[in-house]
Design a binder for this molecule. Structure first.
Ligand code: FA5
Length: 357
């Protein structure tokens, strides 16, 4: 019993010296709290000394209890004093540090990507036709000769079918299986006119391929095709739809003209030109303009009344139904819209070029 008193007194004396020094040496509040827990925590040194109290003779228990309590209060007081000192030192260091300069410019956010200008224009074009009531359809880029040429009434010896103009995929063997990279999106006409019955108003966009390569011609480019077939459709409907389209895309004041032209699958046929953005059509053209070749106009689409022969080849009664069709080059539309002088810029994909759209 007397041993317990001795052990307790010795323990308290040692602890008193030890925690005092340790608290003063704690570098920050976290370390200080850990030290406090090592004294007052569940497994702390003072807590284990407290257990000895049970073995102290009853007549000395009060005295020893007060001693333990005194040490406990001292631990708390020292802890609090050191915590305040640490907080004061931290605040002083903060105030002494170089000031935060709120006038520095912020960090620029990482540049955000966006859709390629060809995709932007393609979507815009398809949107305008959707507003005019046209439904969207799809056609393959590797196509049967039948759908790309035959059903569209291309005569057998038409130069477009030449090896010099078209990328052929399969030419040997069965004639029915001759395939090519579609040269226009008009293959969608062959497919939809064969698969559906009028009335129909359809648009379709996608990549097409030709053996072409200069500032306004690329071997791979994009077209949007549209056609409308019903009873009583006339050239006036075609002109109305395409003029509305051009005004929505280029603004009410955009110069637009229809020019007679020939395509085997329309009769009559026309081409639509839009005023060259690099020249002023009214004031005369800019000498040596490479885009419009000095004409002041850039051809953007071909169109016409669907040839009765095409309707018949696709199983539609040409006595009862008539229709119009058009096919436009998306790159040409984009060049005019954004003032791009060379079609090849659209495919080189230089980030400084693309960032402008
Ligand atoms: C056609 O491709 C016809 N299928 C369009 C058509 C559809 C006419 C329906 C009548 C009825 P054309 O070969 O003219 O037509 O091409 C149409 C448009 O594609 C041109 O006006 C031009 O804007 C664009 N284009 C043609 N070749 C190229 C090329 N190599 N690079 C970029 N754009 C081109």
């Amino acid at each position: 019993m007397a041993d317990a008193v001795e052990a307790l007194s010795a323990g308290l004396a040692a602890l008193g010296r030890q925690f005092h020094e340790q608290f003063e040496a704690a570098p920050d509040e976290a370390a200080l709290r850990a030290l406090r827990a090592s004294v007052l925590g569940k497994k702390g040194e003072l807590t284990s000394l407290l257990k000895l109290l049970a073995q102290v003779p009853p007549e000395r228990r009060k005295e020893m209890g007060e001693l333990v309590n005194g040490v406990k209060q001292e631990v708390e007081a020292r802890f609090e004093a050191r915590r305040e000192a640490l907080a004061r030192a931290a605040r002083a260091a903060e105030l002494a540090a170089p000031p935060l300069d709120l006038t520095l410019p912020g960090r620029a956010p990482a540049p955000r990507g966006h859709l390629h200008p060809i995709t932007q224009v393609r979507w815009e074009v398809l949107d305008i036709f959707a507003q005019l009531g046209f439904e969207q359809a799809w056609g393959p880029e590797v196509e049967l000769e039948l759908n790309n040429f035959e059903k569209l009434a291309f005569p057998a010896e038409h130069p477009a079918m030449d090896m010099q103009d078209t990328f052929w995929v399969r030419v040997g063997g069965d004639d029915q299986l001759r395939t090519l990279l579609r040269t226009h999106t008009s293959n969608v006409q062959s497919r939809e006119l064969s698969a559906r019955r009028p009335p129909m108003a359809i648009v379709s966009g996608g990549a097409v391929y030709r053996r072409d390569d200069d500032v306004t011609h690329s071997p791979m480019f994009h077209q949007v095709e549209g056609f409308l077939v019903d009873e009583g459709v006339s050239f006036a409907h075609l002109k109305g739809v395409l003029t509305t389209f051009a005004r929505r895309l280029y603004g009410e004041a955009a110069p637009v003209r229809f020019r007679p032209s020939y395509f085997p699958f329309v009769e009559p046929g026309a081409e639509v030109d839009v005023g060259c953005v690099f020249c002023d059509v009214a004031a005369g053209t800019r000498a040596g303009c490479r885009v419009c070749k000095g004409t002041g106009w850039l051809e953007v689409l071909g169109c016409g009344m669907v040839h009765p022969e095409v309707l018949e080849r696709c199983g539609i009664d040409s006595e009862r139904f008539t229709g119009f069709a058009f096919g436009m080059g998306i790159e040409r539309l984009a060049m005019l819209r954004y003032g791009i002088p060379d079609i090849r810029l659209l495919f080189e994909n230089h980030p400084r070029f693309l960032a402008q759209f």
